[in-house]
Design a protein around this ligand. Structure first.
Ligand code: GLN
Length: 248
């Protein structure tokens, strides 16, 4: 089997160790004997979406987002929405997540149109309002084992979901999308958006495997399974962070 990953704007959207997410996907697949390719697709390049099983876009601040937003619309919008409709796996973190919604209003009040891949919009209330910063624990109710994701968030923008998209999880600790409605992230088809970084997938191997398995099943059939890896160190770290965060 083979897993083909596209990493969008790796050079611009890369705060909080976003490349760690693609490295985790790569290594966890390779450890099971699955061939992996990671292609970096930056400004000005078309996205040949049919060539990829999984598309990743990381986080950035308003300045990088402004550069990326126009390029996303001009060279990648149609491809990303076709990829979503076809069930390709998409993971977008923080700044990238905001741009896959309908719009992002930045700290300066300027509005960046997004792609509308997720039915959501984001508003930054301005730099006088405290940012949402800290450790997060999120419970994924859609997961049959209702597992949690742990991570770190740091965003000024508040994200509001529309009726055509569900949250990625419910906030157990932290702010999540907007600090009010208890939701964190978004999911639709096999596309996932989240504010969690630090980075997300090294801290949450089960979610990395969920993305890999979903991507492989689309291509190789529903019976595709992943062999177990020894994640005892990561599980201990996950539990420790969960415990520490819930104490506060
Ligand atoms: N600029 C966005 C915000 O502050 C995203 C920040 C980020 O990616 N860390 O809301």
């Amino acid at each position: 089997m083979e897993l083909r990953i596209a990493h969008l704007y790796a050079d611009l959207l890369n705060i909080y160790g976003d490349r760690g997410n693609t490295i985790v996907l790569q290594r966890r697949a390779q450890w099971r004997g699955i061939a992996v390719s990671v292609q970096s697709i930056g400004l000005g390049r078309e996205l040949a979406w049919q060539d990829f099983d999984l598309i990743f876009v990381g986080g950035g601040q308003d300045r990088q987002q402004t550069l990326v937003a126009a390029d996303l619309r001009q060279t990648k919008a149609a491809a990303l929405s076709a990829a979503r409709d076809d069930g390709r796996v998409i993971l977008a973190v923080c700044g990238g997540y905001q741009l896959l919604g309908h719009s992002y209003r930045g700290a300066d009040g300027g509005e960046l149109p997004g792609l509308g891949l997720f039915d959501l919009h984001t508003v930054h209330p301005g730099s006088a309002v405290p940012r949402c910063i800290g450790d997060v624990v999120v419970r994924c109710d859609w997961d049959e084992q209702r597992r949690t994701l742990v991570g770190f968030e740091n965003h000024g923008g508040r994200t509001y979901l529309g009726p055509r998209c569900a949250p990625l999880g419910s906030v157990v600790a932290g702010f999540g999308n907007n600090g009010r409605d208890g939701g964190e992230g978004a999911r639709t088809h096999n596309a996932f958006g989240t504010y969690l970084h630090g980075s997300l997938l090294p801290k949450n191997p089960w979610f990395a495997d969920h993305l890999i398995a979903t991507a492989l099943r689309r291509r190789y059939g529903a019976a595709t399974t992943l062999s177990r890896l020894d994640d005892s160190l990561e599980a201990a770290a996950h539990e420790a962070l969960e415990r520490r965060t819930l104490q506060h």
